[in-house]
Design a protein around this ligand. Sequence first.
Ligand SMILES: Cc1cc2nc3c(=O)[nH]c(=O)nc-3n(C[C@H](O)[C@H](O)[C@H](O)COP(=O)(O)O)c2cc1C
Length: 433
Amino acid sequence: MATFSAYSVVSSFTFLHSIVPRTNQTLCLSVCYRSPAKSRRLAAYLHTNQLQTKPESVVGQYSPPLFSVAPMMDWTDNHYRTLARLISKHAWLYTEMLAAETIVYQEGNLDRFLAYLPEQHPIVLQIGGSNLENLAKATKLAKSYGYDEINFNCGCPSPRVAGHGCFGVRLMLDPKFVGEAMSVIAANTDVPVSVKCRIGVDDHDSYNELCDFIYKVSSLSPVKHFTIHSRKALLNGLSPAENRKIPPLKYEYYFGLLRDFPDLQFTINGGINCVDEVNAALLEGAHGVMVGRAAYNNPWNVLGHVDTAVYGAPSSGLTRRQVLEKYQVYGDSVLGINGNNRPNVRDVVKPLLGIFHAEPGNAVWKRKADAAFQHCTTIKSFFEETLTAIPDSVLDSPVGTAPSGRKDLFTSVRGLMPAPYESRERTVAYAGS
Ligand SMILES: Cc1cc2nc3c(=O)[nH]c(=O)nc-3n(C[C@H](O)[C@H](O)[C@H](O)COP(=O)(O)O)c2cc1C
């Protein structure tokens, strides 16, 4: 029977902290807490986990991350990012999209939305919005949190977003506005700015229209990096989840952009499920690869290989038991920090639900988890009650062999490449000749 050697942690202390850049370019940890006891426990947590206070941020020449975890609303929250960082030291982590309006209207409560553990570097803040003034103000307010990059959402098809004026993927229809927005964002930050978009919207799905968008945004603003979710979005009739499945992936559009915009940097996204496939994309010339659902649903097997197989760095060598021990310390330290018992045990455990993906005991563990959510008030007690379902051999092994993927995922792309982009300038010149 598995036992779980928990850290001795008291569950109810609360803390919030953020990193604040000083003018001399060094970083300090500013800790906001409600009692000296909490402060001591936070210090212990930081010490135990040897958290870095210096971000692994891009200095000098910008190049996009080789591997990043996609922004995912309600998924890539602080809890998930803490778990992800325990598994991979090198993956870049994106926040969930945060609306500029939320940042602006919650000015007095910003830690709740923007604070994160310093170990989460390198970390990218994704913002969304359609009001230049709010985008400027939100970027300025976020500056002191020391994100490594600001990304602008031009890919979200959710009616919650797309229906509110021109927001999310609808912005692909207005590249001039996106250019202005990116200039405004860039003017209010000193870190790189980037755009995440789809390959098209509704009937505006030709390769040339995508190129027009990229061309205009990059000409009108300092954006040099685009993340391309390689399927279009359909604004009417599909749910957000369907919009991530039904429109077909067209990786050839992504590789067309690499060919036609050699001065820009592009990250490929959509349907990439494991490090084999990440490396296949990089071998094919991708500047960077972003993985979303697979990194959430199967974090151990996907993120566990990123440091070694993508970055050529040593593995942390941690077992799942050790990761969970560290996560428990974090989890018990944040329970209830937002008031009204939030986050609760279920919120904090949610990102763990894929950690035993396809392992013996997983189904029983999930059943036990459902029952434990009803009464457990600490992560420690949750683990004590549920981890008995998982064999020691699973809990105590470091990351194993990487699951094999479709190494040929991109080989057919060469035969499908779209005709080279004819820029508007060139079209106009030809018309006049
Ligand atoms: C639950 C969920 C929430 C998402 N939220 C966002 C978001 O806030 N911003 C964004 O740009 N994309 C969002 N996406 C899209 C992902 O970033 C990514 O582009 C998409 O899932 C395709 O990548 P994948 O096939 O690797 O999952 C979300 C996806 C999921 C599954």
